[in-house]
Design a protein around this ligand. Structure first.
Ligand code: PLP
Length: 429
């Protein structure tokens, strides 16, 4: 993928065809036209994912019965579990934890390791989402371990492997580093982090929050040899109401809440929701369709991998256009009065997010003004309890987070640039 340093755009017709598959891509049904550039807060929803979930909720049958409908519902959960693990996480072994949210899966994984694996400290980064950071803090207090926090690189907005290993030692119980930042979009070099950390402690337990990264790039737990990774379907073109996590065989073997009659690898407790699995299967089908568009027929895993690769390249091309602009339109890097924070020249280590500021206007007012002009974005500021630690560790007081997604096209980016330039001017730049 390094072959395309500035990405590779889908053909316009194909991009428009894809956008049609999402609900409310260009307009809210009551509030009118708007560019939805807040996909880090919850992505546009695939129509088929929403419909699949709704259709299955209509059936009264319990998935644990022998009746034909029940058997079908059960098969959705069993096949879905297998496909989420093998195709989405790229796992060859391990087990699936399901919860109502991704945050819950993170607390679950952290608790399992920290309550059962020896060690006197746990390591996390300063820019983690609260679900990962607070889980480490909670279990450090509970198990009497020292909490160690790796600072971010304020230039790239990421976490450097060389910095991580300064905090890991032979007594580290757990290392938790997110796969990509949900503020800067910086993608962590997880391969190097895992390799270098395990040079210090070869059997170190390592997990990664992939909630931000998963919709933008293929997860590959097998290649990383990692112990846990999670994502949230609602941030991945899907539905709310579930979080999924892969855990390695050795984590699944730790004592965990389970029904006595069930296999050690089964984390499911109580009656599951087949609709969540059916919706997630629609995400897989959709990504495979993108793969098929480029390479024709192939097995599902190959198609999915190619689909995610193309999504990543499309998004990189959109990011390049958003930052650099065109001959006619200046990009964010070139609009007078606009600052792009934690901006790196190399876009191959970035997801499609820009953290920006406009001189002369505070972040909250800026978001409101964008909304008045038909753009949905969000601010991350140090006055919010959720964002304070993260933005300050990047040396910022805040940022407007701009997060389009792959189904957006050149015209969408250009419209956003035009509106941003008008706003910058209106605020006296
Ligand atoms: C990086 C990251 N991790 C975890 C989460 C938590 O996801 P959920 O809301 O499903 O618990 C989020 C949500 O904003 C996130 O951005």
């Amino acid at each position: 993928m390094k072959n395309y340093p500035n990405g590779l755009l889908f053909e316009d017709d194909f991009q428009k065809e894809l956008k049609e598959k999402f609900y409310y891509a260009d307009a809210d049904p009551e509030h009118g036209e708007r560019l939805f550039f807040d996909n880090s807060g919850g992505s546009l929803r695939l129509k088929k994912a929403v419909e699949a979930k709704a259709a299955l909720e209509a059936f009264p049958d319990c998935p644990e019965r022998i009746h034909a409908r029940s058997v079908y519902l059960r098969s959705l959960v069993d096949n879905g579990t297998k496909k989420i693990l093998e195709i989405m996480f790229g796992a060859k072994s391990g087990a699936l934890i399901t919860e109502l949210t991704a945050s819950q899966t993170m607390f679950h994984m952290v608790g399992l390791v920290m309550e059962n694996v020896p060690g006197t400290n746990a390591v996390v980064s300063s820019i983690e989402h609260p679900s990962a950071y607070d889980a480490i803090e909670y279990y450090c207090k509970k198990t009497g371990k020292e909490m160690r926090v790796v600072p971010a690189n304020p230039v790239t907005g990421g976490i450097d492997p060389e910095e991580v290993v300064k905090y890991v030692d032979k007594d580290t119980c757990l290392l938790s580093i997110m796969s990509a930042s949900n503020i800067s979009g910086n993608i962590m070099d997880m391969k190097a982090i895992v390799r270098m950390a395990r040079e210090i402690k070869p059997d170190l337990y390592i997990i990664s929050d992939a909630v931000q990264h998963a919709p933008h790039c293929k997860m590959n737990v097998e290649e990383l040899k990692i112990d846990g990774m999670n994502f949230a379907p609602y941030k991945f073109f899907g539905v709310r109401g579930c979080g999924f996590a892969f855990v390695s065989d050795r984590v699944a073997a730790l004592p965990h809440h389970k029904l006595i009659a069930k296999d050690q690898k089964v984390f499911e407790l109580g009656t599951c929701a087949p609709g969540n699995f059916a919706a997630t299967m629609e995400i897989i089908r959709y990504v495979c369709e993108i793969g098929r568009h480029f390479i024709g027929d192939a097995d599902e895993k190959t198609l999915y991998d190619e689909g995610m690769r193309r999504i990543h390249l499309q998004e990189r091309a959109l990011l390049y256009r958003m930052l650099e602009g065109t001959d006619e339109l200046p990009g964010l890097r070139h609009i007078k009065g606009v600052t792009v924070s934690v901006d790196t020249e190399d876009l191959t280590a970035r997801d499609l997010i820009a953290a920006i500021a406009i001189n002369g206007v505070d972040f909250t007012e800026c978001v409101a003004e964008y909304q008045r002009r038909g753009v949905t974005v969000y601010e991350r500021v140090n006055t919010s309890i959720y964002s304070k630690r993260i933005v300050e560790s990047l040396g910022l007081t805040g940022a407007i987070r701009v997060s389009p997604m792959h189904c957006h096209g050149r015209e969408d980016i250009d419209k956003f640039l035009r509106i941003t330039a008008e706003m910058a001017m209106a605020y006296g730049n």
